[in-house]
Design a protein around this ligand. Structure first.
Ligand code: HEC
Length: 400
């Protein structure tokens, strides 16, 4: 009896660990304005935190041996995420553990800072399918708010040349001239590394620099790790957020060489705006388990040769024929995985360096468009596709 019980219990653990879908977050409606909300604002006591898992993004190999070695070891992280809205703005707070406080350095290219990003789906006529996580996809833009941890840098010429810095006492000016100098330093000082990007596919992330996005993000480090807050309008020329807001959260760990592509990120997570009608289909898509049979899906993946081009599990050999899929289940929606199987060219994930693998390019250019070299599997029957999707959803790193 005892043996049976333990095996039933362990079965339960395996199933829930493999299938656990993401939570739905409620953005609590508050009466006070969120215009100036920060990570430590009192209003956050009204928020309800949910645990979201952030997976290492390992699809792309870097042109850098050390980065590849480190990425192979990165585990998934848990973050506590909450949201608020005031009818005009949405605010998101992310808390995650990180023992070391790594700040953005001006003069080195080998050290990296901690940071976080919150991503929204850009405004399109139809909210679904959701854009490709991280970069967006053609016709499906994403808006990414990025905040890196920084310290005030005294930088009078704006070029980040620390050697050129002039001490206030060395200026030899006073009175109005000194006041002008101080104003110039304040204007040029690199005090906040906050950036907003729009992207519509790989290598298309473009920074919005004209101030047309009224957002504010900030980070604070404490004994438990980082808190990062972001507040932005529910509606502007880039996004139209209402009802259910899909977001994705990413965090960078500077001491683990976290940078550009090397980050932990969540799948799309649904935030329901309290007091508004949720998008039931989107909530169901983002928060329920894949319907297929993962064990059958694994067999079907082998039978159809997916492993010929892809590294499927972390212990499998690497492949240059296609992206590594051992974390793809963590940050991808079932809809995205289904589309990858049925329409490989809908979103084309480029190899990190197409020239390095001239014989095995991941895409070709036909009439100016990227066409995937992956086999088109639209001949598979529906049930098999759902089984493979359920299997792919189990491919993800364990939580640290
Ligand atoms: C002939 C080689 C080849 C085979 C066989 C193949 N793939 Fe792919 N796959 C690729 C390439 C190349 C890409 C990257 C270009 C793209 O996005 O289509 C890719 C991309 C993907 C992606 C997107 C990965 C990401 O990081 O977003 C998924 C998911 C995927 N394949 C699943 C499968 C599954 C499941 C099978 C088997 C049913 C399969 N592939 C068979 C070559 C292949």
């Amino acid at each position: 009896m005892k043996k049976l019980l333990t095996s039933i219990l362990s079965l339960g653990v395996v199933c829930s660990a493999a299938l656990a879908a993401e939570p739905v977050i409620t953005a609590v409606k508050v009466s006070e304005s969120l215009d100036a909300v920060k990570a430590d604002s009192a209003v956050w006591s009204k928020a309800k935190f949910e645990t979201v898992t952030l997976y290492p993004q390992t699809a792309i190999e870097f042109n850098d041996k050390k980065a590849n070695e480190l990425t192979a070891k990165v585990k998934a992280k848990k973050a506590q995420v909450a949201a608020l809205h005031d009818g005009k703005n949405i605010a998101v707070l992310v808390k995650w553990a990180d023992k070391t406080k790594d700040l953005q350095q001006c003069l080195t290219s080998t050290s990296y800072s901690d940071g976080f990003a919150v991503q929204f789906a850009g405004a399109t006529k139809k909210a679904e399918p959701l854009p490709y996580i991280g970069m967006g996809s053609s016709g499906r833009p994403v808006v990414v708010h990025l905040q890196k941890a920084t310290e005030k840098v005294y930088e009078p010429n704006g070029n980040k040349d620390v050697a050129m810095q002039i001490n206030r006492q060395q200026t030899g000016v006073f009175g109005k001239e000194l006041a002008d100098f101080d104003a110039k330093v304040a204007a040029l000082a690199n005090t906040d590394y906050e950036r907003v990007f729009v992207g519509e596919g790989f290598r298309s992330l473009t920074e919005i620099k004209d101030g047309s996005v009224k957002s504010n993000s900030a980070m604070a480090h404490g004994p438990a790790g980082w808190s990062g807050s972001l507040v932005r309008p529910l509606k502007d020329e880039y996004v139209k957020l209402g009802g259910t807001v899909p977001v994705s959260i990413a965090v960078w760990d500077g001491s683990n060489m976290g940078r550009n592509g090397l980050k932990n990120l969540s799948s799309w997570v649904a935030i329901n705006l309290e007091g508004q009608k949720p998008n039931a289909a989107m909530v169901a898509e983002l928060s329920t388990d894949a319907k297929g049979n993962a064990a059958k899906g694994k067999e079907a993946a082998m039978m159809n040769g997916c492993n010929g081009c892809h590294q499927l599990e972390a212990t499998d050999a690497k492949s240059f024929m296609g992206p590594a899929l051992h974390n793809v289940g963590g940050y991808s929606t079932a809809a995205y995985l289904r589309e990858s199987i049925l329409k490989p060219s809908a979103v084309v994930v480029p190899g990190y360096n197409r020239n390095a693998h001239a014989n095995t390019p991941w895409y070709n250019i036909e009439k100016g468009k990227r066409v995937s070299t992956m086999t088109d599997f639209s001949f598979l029957d529906k049930a098999t596709v759902e089984d493979i999707v359920a299997y792919l959803k189990t491919l993800k790193a364990e939580v640290e």
